[in-house]
Ligand binder design. Sequence first.
Ligand SMILES: Cc1cc2nc3c(=O)[nH]c(=O)nc-3n(C[C@H](O)[C@H](O)[C@H](O)COP(=O)(O)OP(=O)(O)OC[C@H]3O[C@@H](n4cnc5c(N)ncnc54)[C@H](O)[C@@H]3O)c2cc1C
Length: 505
Amino acid sequence: MTLTTPTTAERTGEVRLPKNHNRPGHAPAGTNKRVTAPPPEHLEKVMAWGMASGSISHVYRPTTLDGVREIFRLAEQSGLTVGFRGGGNSYGDAALNGENILIDFRRMNRILDWDPAGGLIRLEPGVTLEQLWQYVIEDGWWPPVATGTMRITIGGGAAMNVHGKNAWKLGPIGDHIREFDLLLPSGKLLTCSREQHADIFHAAIGGFGMLGCFTSLTLQMKRIYSGLLNVDALSSPNLGEMMAYFDAHLHDSDYLVGWIDAFPGGRAIGRGQIHRATYLKPGEDPHPQETLRLDSQAIPQTMMGFLPKIWLPFFMRPFYNNLGWRMVCWAKYSASAILEGTAGKSYRQPHAHFHFLLDAIPFKNAYGRGGIIQYQAFIPAGTAHDTFVTLFEMGRDRGVPNYLSVLKRHRPDPFLMTHGLDGYSMAMDFHLSRHNRAKVVQLARDMDEVVLAAGGRFYFAKDSTLRPEVVQAYLGAETIARFRQLKAQCDPAGMLESNLWRRLF
Ligand SMILES: Cc1cc2nc3c(=O)[nH]c(=O)nc-3n(C[C@H](O)[C@H](O)[C@H](O)COP(=O)(O)OP(=O)(O)OC[C@H]3O[C@@H](n4cnc5c(N)ncnc54)[C@H](O)[C@@H]3O)c2cc1C
């Protein structure tokens, strides 16, 4: 069930059983090996986070390294491929492996070692970002990279080399990984760092699980002196002013993020709201022991003091159309313009609130059967403004505007399959329905050309629509050849695959 070539099953929302679910497994081409099919009780329907694609896989949830080795052996015997999955927060097909084996790492979630004096932590890949910050905060540390949801696993985050609202300053998560153990399909365990197997280190981070699986990772946490952040919230009348604000504050901010109302055109194009945050310096918080306590970070589960956030998708459902969402964005922007204005409002906010406030809202329940896709374009700073304006205009002109857009600033990084560059990214959510699906896919393809012409890049964690030729164009033939070479070295039989791998490589 892919996004770009909808099948009948996909259009009707039905997910079919794999072709081989009740047959013995198929032997790899050219071999006479006896094959054994995995037992059918492991068959599960697995969806992408955006709910726009999904597939059936033999899903295993091992708890130990040897458990993973056993699954590799089972794959060998059955002739099936193996894909990996963490928290399943990739929007598209990166953590799916339809009709084959999928290893879900969420039960390998132990903290293996913690040094509260130096902030170095060693953990299993299924540890979530939520577990991580909750484990370290009372000792005065915070994860250096925090994504917009705390439900990701650190293994899944490393495999995509995720970034946060401080990407221009602290880079992606890979910049804070000291070392990891990578289990290869052969059962061999490789310890990789900047000194040891440096080429595999730089390719497996951001290598979307195609070289091996992380079985432990060592990361450096960031020292903090308070459980609070100084936050400025302000409205911005258009994209130009928002980007000018970012540029003016790159040097004195720790986090910067912009929400954009993608509906209006003309002089209001790209209007929105900026959130900027800085850490408190030592001594600035009179009660750090209190603000660093876990209870001080608890995320409110209600809105306006009484409305349970889990109800919100129910109320939002009628607004999930162009007119409804235009009104939601207008209301959000107007509230920001009236209450905060361009001069802004300053307040202090717990770290967890600043990063993960939206986690309390089960947004997915509002999407309906079509789901969403996210299109995140990374554009060099010099051409970013005009390119984003073109992308917004394309969506609006074709009647498929994006409902939620987020602006972030980035920096280049040393990882092989990187999405990072010295520039900006715009993440754009498109709601899919039976009627607009083909239009959105065509829009994404046309936007790819604009992004490529601007020297831009893409991000596999968000992707659902790229084609091999686009990936070849932005990563370059040499980079892809190098990645394939390392894959042949780590996974000579080509056991590791995912739906994304098959779609793009
Ligand atoms: C609401 C929301 C907000 C988000 N905000 C951000 C953001 O701010 N910044 C950002 O960068 N991303 C963001 N993302 C994307 C998300 O951070 C990435 O997709 C991340 O990789 C998800 O981690 P996961 O544990 O859910 O991994 P999954 O989505 O399950 O898997 C991601 C990849 O990791 C591989 N993998 C999983 N475990 C392992 C392992 N142990 N070894 C090797 N490979 C493995 C999988 O095969 C897959 O290719 C957001 C996603 C959502 C839903």
